[in-house]
Design a protein around this ligand. Structure first.
Ligand code: NI
Length: 174
Protein backbone atom coordinates (compact mmCIF):
# COMPACT_ATOMS: atom_id res chain seq x y z
CA UNK A 1 0.00 0.00 0.00
CA UNK A 2 1.16 3.49 -0.80
CA UNK A 3 0.14 6.82 0.62
CA UNK A 4 -1.04 9.13 -2.15
CA UNK A 5 -1.09 12.90 -2.23
CA UNK A 6 -4.53 14.41 -1.68
CA UNK A 7 -5.29 17.30 -4.03
CA UNK A 8 -6.28 20.55 -2.33
CA UNK A 9 -8.76 23.00 -3.87
CA UNK A 10 -8.62 25.07 -5.95
CA UNK A 11 -7.18 22.50 -8.36
CA UNK A 12 -8.55 21.90 -11.88
CA UNK A 13 -8.08 18.14 -11.43
CA UNK A 14 -10.80 18.17 -8.74
CA UNK A 15 -13.27 19.50 -11.33
CA UNK A 16 -12.78 16.55 -13.70
CA UNK A 17 -15.72 14.17 -14.16
CA UNK A 18 -14.76 10.61 -13.22
CA UNK A 19 -15.14 7.75 -15.70
CA UNK A 20 -16.93 4.51 -14.87
CA UNK A 21 -14.70 1.55 -14.04
CA UNK A 22 -14.81 -1.30 -16.57
CA UNK A 23 -13.60 -4.10 -14.32
CA UNK A 24 -12.95 -4.57 -10.62
CA UNK A 25 -9.58 -6.31 -10.77
CA UNK A 26 -6.41 -6.50 -8.66
CA UNK A 27 -5.14 -3.19 -10.05
CA UNK A 28 -8.35 -1.47 -8.96
CA UNK A 29 -8.27 -3.17 -5.55
CA UNK A 30 -4.71 -1.94 -5.14
CA UNK A 31 -5.94 1.60 -5.90
CA UNK A 32 -8.72 1.15 -3.31
CA UNK A 33 -6.18 -0.09 -0.74
CA UNK A 34 -4.02 3.00 -1.34
CA UNK A 35 -7.07 5.24 -1.06
CA UNK A 36 -8.16 3.68 2.23
CA UNK A 37 -4.69 4.02 3.72
CA UNK A 38 -4.41 7.62 2.50
CA UNK A 39 -7.84 8.44 3.94
CA UNK A 40 -7.10 6.81 7.33
CA UNK A 41 -3.78 8.62 7.51
CA UNK A 42 -5.30 12.05 6.73
CA UNK A 43 -7.50 11.30 8.78
CA UNK A 44 -10.85 11.37 7.00
CA UNK A 45 -14.05 9.35 6.66
CA UNK A 46 -14.45 9.37 2.87
CA UNK A 47 -12.29 9.77 -0.22
CA UNK A 48 -12.99 9.73 -3.96
CA UNK A 49 -10.28 8.58 -6.38
CA UNK A 50 -10.36 11.94 -8.15
CA UNK A 51 -9.03 13.50 -4.93
CA UNK A 52 -5.75 11.68 -5.53
CA UNK A 53 -5.86 12.61 -9.20
CA UNK A 54 -7.41 9.38 -10.53
CA UNK A 55 -10.63 10.25 -12.40
CA UNK A 56 -12.37 6.89 -11.91
CA UNK A 57 -15.71 6.29 -10.21
CA UNK A 58 -14.26 4.85 -7.01
CA UNK A 59 -15.01 5.86 -3.41
CA UNK A 60 -13.72 4.55 -0.09
CA UNK A 61 -15.29 5.29 3.26
CA UNK A 62 -14.94 4.37 6.91
CA UNK A 63 -17.40 5.79 9.40
CA UNK A 64 -16.05 3.88 12.43
CA UNK A 65 -15.43 6.20 15.36
CA UNK A 66 -12.07 6.60 17.05
CA UNK A 67 -11.24 3.52 19.07
CA UNK A 68 -13.71 1.35 17.12
CA UNK A 69 -12.60 -1.37 14.71
CA UNK A 70 -12.21 -0.05 11.13
CA UNK A 71 -15.23 -0.53 8.86
CA UNK A 72 -13.94 0.06 5.35
CA UNK A 73 -16.53 0.47 2.60
CA UNK A 74 -15.83 0.52 -1.13
CA UNK A 75 -18.12 1.91 -3.81
CA UNK A 76 -17.34 1.43 -7.51
CA UNK A 77 -19.57 3.05 -10.18
CA UNK A 78 -22.15 4.14 -7.59
CA UNK A 79 -25.54 5.41 -8.69
CA UNK A 80 -28.36 6.82 -6.63
CA UNK A 81 -31.50 4.84 -7.40
CA UNK A 82 -33.78 6.49 -4.84
CA UNK A 83 -33.72 9.55 -2.63
CA UNK A 84 -36.00 10.69 0.17
CA UNK A 85 -38.20 13.74 -0.20
CA UNK A 86 -37.09 15.16 3.11
CA UNK A 87 -33.81 16.99 3.41
CA UNK A 88 -31.26 17.30 6.18
CA UNK A 89 -28.65 19.92 7.00
CA UNK A 90 -25.28 18.69 8.01
CA UNK A 91 -21.95 20.41 8.61
CA UNK A 92 -19.57 18.96 6.04
CA UNK A 93 -15.84 19.01 5.66
CA UNK A 94 -13.56 17.65 2.94
CA UNK A 95 -9.95 16.50 2.78
CA UNK A 96 -9.57 18.69 -0.33
CA UNK A 97 -10.81 21.75 1.59
CA UNK A 98 -8.87 21.37 4.83
CA UNK A 99 -10.14 23.18 7.91
CA UNK A 100 -13.38 24.44 6.37
CA UNK A 101 -16.76 23.22 7.54
CA UNK A 102 -20.13 24.44 6.30
CA UNK A 103 -23.74 23.31 6.44
CA UNK A 104 -24.98 21.59 3.30
CA UNK A 105 -28.56 20.50 2.60
CA UNK A 106 -29.12 17.12 0.95
CA UNK A 107 -31.79 14.40 0.81
CA UNK A 108 -31.87 12.75 4.24
CA UNK A 109 -31.80 9.19 2.83
CA UNK A 110 -30.66 7.63 -0.43
CA UNK A 111 -30.47 4.18 -1.92
CA UNK A 112 -27.27 3.47 -3.84
CA UNK A 113 -26.38 0.72 -6.30
CA UNK A 114 -22.65 0.01 -6.76
CA UNK A 115 -19.96 -2.63 -7.18
CA UNK A 116 -18.10 -3.66 -4.04
CA UNK A 117 -14.43 -4.58 -3.46
CA UNK A 118 -15.00 -7.95 -5.13
CA UNK A 119 -16.92 -6.47 -8.06
CA UNK A 120 -20.31 -7.76 -6.82
CA UNK A 121 -23.40 -5.62 -7.44
CA UNK A 122 -24.86 -4.30 -4.20
CA UNK A 123 -27.59 -1.97 -3.05
CA UNK A 124 -27.45 -0.01 0.15
CA UNK A 125 -30.05 2.12 1.91
CA UNK A 126 -28.09 5.01 3.40
CA UNK A 127 -29.30 7.12 6.33
CA UNK A 128 -27.70 9.71 8.62
CA UNK A 129 -23.90 10.06 8.28
CA UNK A 130 -23.71 7.39 5.61
CA UNK A 131 -26.26 9.27 3.46
CA UNK A 132 -24.36 12.54 3.88
CA UNK A 133 -21.02 10.96 3.13
CA UNK A 134 -22.04 8.96 0.05
CA UNK A 135 -23.71 12.01 -1.52
CA UNK A 136 -20.67 14.17 -0.73
CA UNK A 137 -18.31 11.60 -2.27
CA UNK A 138 -20.55 11.04 -5.30
CA UNK A 139 -20.45 14.79 -5.91
CA UNK A 140 -16.67 14.46 -6.25
CA UNK A 141 -17.21 12.03 -9.14
CA UNK A 142 -19.05 14.85 -10.94
CA UNK A 143 -16.32 17.38 -10.16
CA UNK A 144 -18.47 19.00 -7.47
CA UNK A 145 -17.10 20.11 -4.10
CA UNK A 146 -19.25 20.86 -1.06
CA UNK A 147 -18.44 24.55 -1.43
CA UNK A 148 -20.30 24.42 -4.76
CA UNK A 149 -23.49 24.04 -2.67
CA UNK A 150 -22.81 27.31 -0.83
CA UNK A 151 -23.40 30.88 -1.96
CA UNK A 152 -20.90 32.23 -4.45
CA UNK A 153 -19.59 34.68 -1.90
CA UNK A 154 -18.86 32.00 0.70
CA UNK A 155 -17.33 29.69 -1.90
CA UNK A 156 -15.02 32.38 -3.27
CA UNK A 157 -13.91 33.40 0.20
CA UNK A 158 -12.94 29.83 1.11
CA UNK A 159 -11.21 29.11 -2.21
CA UNK A 160 -9.30 32.39 -2.08
CA UNK A 161 -8.01 31.61 1.41
CA UNK A 162 -6.97 28.10 0.36
CA UNK A 163 -5.26 29.45 -2.73
CA UNK A 164 -3.37 31.99 -0.63
CA UNK A 165 -2.30 29.29 1.84
CA UNK A 166 -1.02 27.15 -1.05
CA UNK A 167 1.05 30.03 -2.47
CA UNK A 168 2.48 30.73 0.98
CA UNK A 169 3.40 27.08 1.40
CA UNK A 170 5.05 27.02 -2.05
CA UNK A 171 7.02 30.16 -1.22
CA UNK A 172 8.21 28.63 2.06
CA UNK A 173 9.39 25.51 0.24
CA UNK A 174 11.20 27.49 -2.45
NI1 NI B 1 -14.74 15.69 -0.06
Amino acid sequence: MTLREILIAPDPRLKVKSEPVERVDDALRSLMDDMLETMHEAPGIGLAAVQIGVAKQVIVMDLAKEGEAPEPRYFVNPEIIWESEDFHHYEEGCLSLPEYYEEVERPAEVKVRFLDYEGEIRELHCTEMLAVCIQHEMDHLEGILFVDHLTRLKRQMILRKLSKAKKQQAAELA
